[in-house]
Design a binder for this molecule. Structure first.
Ligand code: PMP
Length: 367
C-alpha cells in the first residue's frame, strides 16, 4: 500500500496529520463547537425560496465579488457592534478557514512567518504550514490569557509577517481585551510591520464587546468572523472578515474566481434575514454556558473563564482516559491535546444536563 511518505509531498507537510475531530454517532455530541439548534422552519423555507431563485441562474457564474452579501454582513456588523463598516471593508468566503487561508496566501507564504499564542485554534498553524508559512508557537499564562510582555518580546525578536489573536480563544474560551490586542498590534508594527488577524469566530458569545472598532485607523488589523457558530450554520460554510478596504483588495488577488457559489450566497442572505431569531438562540446558549461553568465548579472541577459556546475544564491526570469515560456515558466531547484539560461545547439544556451528569460521575473516577 502506498503511504504519504512514498509520495513526492512538500517537505513541510511530512509527518503532519489532517484536521480530524472524530465524527462519531453518539447521542450527545458536544465536540465541535456547533450550535445545537437546527435552523427554524420559517428560515428553512426562506432558504428554499432564495436557493430556488438562485437555481434559475445557475447556468451563469455567481457574483464574483459577492456584493449583496458583503453589504448585508456589513449591516449586521454595524447593527450588532455599533461600529459601522462599509461593504468595501468586508470580504466573505467558504468558512472563516478559507478567509484565513486567503489572508495567508496574500500575507504569508514561503520565507514568511506567522505566530499564534497556544493553545489556540489548531487550523491557524495548519493553514500556515499549508501555505508554506513558517509557524511559531507563542506563549500564554497558566490561566490561558496572553502573556503580553512575553508576546511583545517574541514579536520583536521574530519579526513575524502575520500575528494571530483568537478571541474568544479556542479551545480555552479565553477572551483577549482590546488593550492586549493593541499592545500586540503596536509591537507587530514596530517590528515589521505585519498583519494582525483577530479571529472572532465566537465573538457573539463573549461577555466583552467585539474588537471590531480596533480596525479603525489600523490598516494591518483584520477581524474574522463566521456564520458557523452564532448563526447555527456550520453546514453552510460562510466566513467573513472586516478590515481596511486595501486588505479586501489584497485577498482578491489570491481568491479563486467565483469561489463562493450562488447557492451559498443565497443561503447566507436568507439566514441574515433571521438575525434576530438566531441571536435569541445565542442568548440562551450564553446562559447555558454560564450554568455549565457554575455547575462544573460546584462539582470541584477547575474551569477556564469562558466567553465562547464551549467550556474548558479539568484538570485530569489522564485527559484521554477521562475523554473516553465521557464517551462511554454517551457524551462526545473534545480532547484538544491540552494536557489535563478537556473541552465541551454548550448544547441544548437537555444535552448540557446529560453532560453534567456524566461530568459528576467522571469527577470521582478521573480527576
Ligand atoms: N476560528 C476558530 C477559532 C474556530 O474555532 C473555527 C471553527 N472551529 C473557525 C475559525 C473556522 O470556522 P468556519 O470555517 O466554519 O467558519
Amino acid at each position: 500500500m502506498t503511504s504519504l511518505d512514498d509520495l513526492p509531498l512538500r517537505d513541510e507537510l511530512r509527518g503532519q496529520s489532517a484536521y480530524g475531530a472524530p465524527q462519531l454517532d453518539v447521542a450527545v455530541r458536544l465536540n465541535t463547537n456547533e450550535n445545537p439548534y437546527p435552523l427554524p422552519e420559517p428560515l428553512v423555507a426562506r432558504i428554499a425560496e432564495r436557493v430556488a431563485e438562485a437555481a434559475r441562474g445557475l447556468n451563469r457564474y455567481p457574483d464574483r465579488d459577492v456584493v449583496e452579501l458583503r453589504t448585508e454582513l456589513a449591516r449586521y456588523l454595524g447593527r450588532t457592534t455599533g461600529h459601522l463598516v462599509g461593504a468595501d471593508q468586508v470580504w466573505a468566503a467558504n468558512g472563516s478557514n478559507e478567509v484565513i487561508q486567503q489572508l495567508l496566501q496574500a500575507f504569508g507564504g514561503p520565507g514568511r512567518t506567522a505566530i499564534g499564542f497556544e493553545p489556540s485554534y489548531s487550523m491557524h498553524a495548519l493553514i500556515s504550514r499549508g501555505t508554506g508559512t513558517a509557524w511559531v508557537s507563542g506563549p500564554r499564562h497558566a490561566d490561558f490569557t496572553i502573556d503580553t510582555g512575553a508576546a511583545r518580546r517574541e514579536i520583536a525578536a521574530l519579526r513575524p509577517d502575520v500575528v494571530f489573536v483568537c478571541s474568544p480563544n479556542n479551545p480555552t474560551g479565553t477572551a483577549t481585551d482590546a488593550e492586549t490586542v493593541l499592545a500586540l498590534y503596536d509591537a507587530a508594527q514596530a517590528a515589521k510591520p505585519s498583519l494582525v488577524v483577530v479571529d472572532e469566530a465566537y465573538g457573539e458569545f463573549s461577555h466583552q464587546p467585539s474588537l471590531l472598532p480596533l480596525i479603525e485607523g489600523r490598516p494591518n488589523l483584520v477581524l474574522t468572523r463566521t456564520m458557523s457558530k452564532a448563526f447555527g450554520a456550520a453546514g453552510l460554510r460562510l466566513g467573513y472578515l472586516a478590515a481596511d478596504p486595501a486588505v479586501v483588495e489584497a485577498v482578491q488577488l489570491v481568491r479563486l474566481p467565483y469561489h463562493l457559489s450562488a447557492v451559498n450566497q443565497a443561503t447566507a442572505l436568507a439566514a441574515l434575514e433571521y438575525t434576530d431569531t438566531l441571536l435569541g438562540y445565542v442568548e440562551q446558549l450564553k446562559a447555558e454556558r454560564d450554568r455549565v461553568v457554575t455547575e462544573l465548579r460546584a462539582f470541584g472541577y477547575r474551569v477556564t473563564d469562558s466567553d465562547a459556546n464551549f467550556v474548558q475544564f479539568g484538570r485530569f491526570a489522564d485527559g484521554h482516559g477521562a475523554w473516553q469515560a465521557f464517551l462511554d456515558r454517551g457524551v462526545l466531547i473534545r480532547d484538544n491535546g491540552v494536557p489535563g484539560w478537556l473541552r465541551a461545547t454548550t448544547g441544548t439544556p437537555g444535552e448540557n444536563s446529560a453532560f453534567l451528569d456524566a461530568a459528576k460521575a467522571v469527577f470521582t473516577t478521573h480527576s
